[in-house]
Design a binder for this molecule. Sequence first.
Ligand code: UGA
Length: 464
Amino acid sequence: MAVLALNCPDIQVTVVDINEIQISKWNSSDLSQLPVYEPGLSEIVSQTRFKNLHFSTDLEGSIKKADIIFISVNTPIKKQGIGSGQACDVRWVESSARLVSKYSTGHTIVVEKSTVPVRTGATVEAILTSTNNQSNLDINSKSFDVLSNPEFLAEGTAVNDLQNPDRVLIGGKSEIAVNVLEEIYLNWVSKDRIIKTNLWSSELSKLSANAFLAQRVSSINAISEICEVTGANINEVSNSIGKDKRIGSRFLQPGPGFGGSCFKKDILSLVYLCEHYGLKKIAKYWEQVISINDHQQERIFKIIVNNLFGTVSGKKIVVLGFAFKSNTNDTRESPAIFICKKLLEEGAFLLINDPKVGIQKISEDLGMSSVSESAKTKNQFEGGWDFSHNLDDSFISADAVLILCDWDKYKVLNWNKISKDMRQPAWIFDTRDVVDESQVQSTNLNLWKLGKGSKNIQTDFNSL
Ligand code: UGA
């Protein structure tokens, strides 16, 4: 909405939320307080806020005035009931639709921005037009069109993705309503990038795009494991296959597995949809993408333990990066959570650093507070963790460094100095291709890089 406000100065944009704390943070004069860290976002908010971008908790007043309403709420995986663990929980989409139905006046275009299961548009329409939600007086005075306009931005590059989208997708029955939304995007997106489809194609395209992207990550991660045992190098393989125009070079970076709020949820939602329609084989096919992702995280944990002589108990491991990727403060489904929890269960002491994720968030995600001062003085570090405020001092007496995100500051670490701080034999486990091997060669550090086979590896191919 900030980018929309920036590109359409004649349109008044109001972001409403029932959460007063979040809204007050969005209104905070201190731009470092914005709830979401996204490169370039605070600059746009400061340019547009209080002019044509507003943040408010006044749902009734804002809905009354609106000509177009974007429903942009959470659609997490259901935790209980039918479809638990797989189906999307659309309760907030539903409750938003009820509010719109109740408070709107005249004609309103309702746009699904949230990623939703296919055919949610029908539910939204049914709720909007249900007379239960409206007083009798209203029935003839209000009308709605429902559109689907899924969002394809990725966190960390959101501003650029929105400013220069590969495509904008608008699905809906009413040609007039579709054209109204198209007009808005035409303020900064060229016409050939705007795709108009039916509602269901638009909803399914979003899920499918994420499933294809996640599949690429699982595919390259599966190849990374083959590289490690054969002596092939994942960067060379990735580069070679990416040069094929049909494959393309993007989304071929191996890593600790995909995280974020979208990929896992959307594939599970696709799997649930397949099962709903009795498409068991198709459901199994997509499930495999998640299974490889789980496997990647599990095997990284095992590689660390194996290389540290089969035990990490009481050993100090510095963890670099806790968000699900760099340039975001989002930790949802971050591979760091699973890997850190497993290491803590094994008795390791973790010193965790992340430029944008704070101690409070890490405590919530790990389900345990950082080690207390009293424990520290008694040297009771086993199975505990602490936040690394000062990266320079973090490596003292560490047995290993685990790199889970490729934040720029991790790319310029002085490994020569670090190697002198660490306890020998010391290890670096690099899951994001951050460490320059030539810088480590002159030190006494052992380096394991994801997807890099050892030159000396012996594989008995006849026994395979
Ligand atoms: C993803 C899609 O890329 C967006 O197009 C979509 O709009 C968004 O989901 C959504 O549904 O809202 P996002 O989850 O923010 O965006 O981030 P990605 O850049 O896609 O990364 C997802 C995960 O895959 C990260 O953990 C990342 O580290 C991992 N990844 C990505 C790799 O391991 N290798 C790659 O080559 C690319």
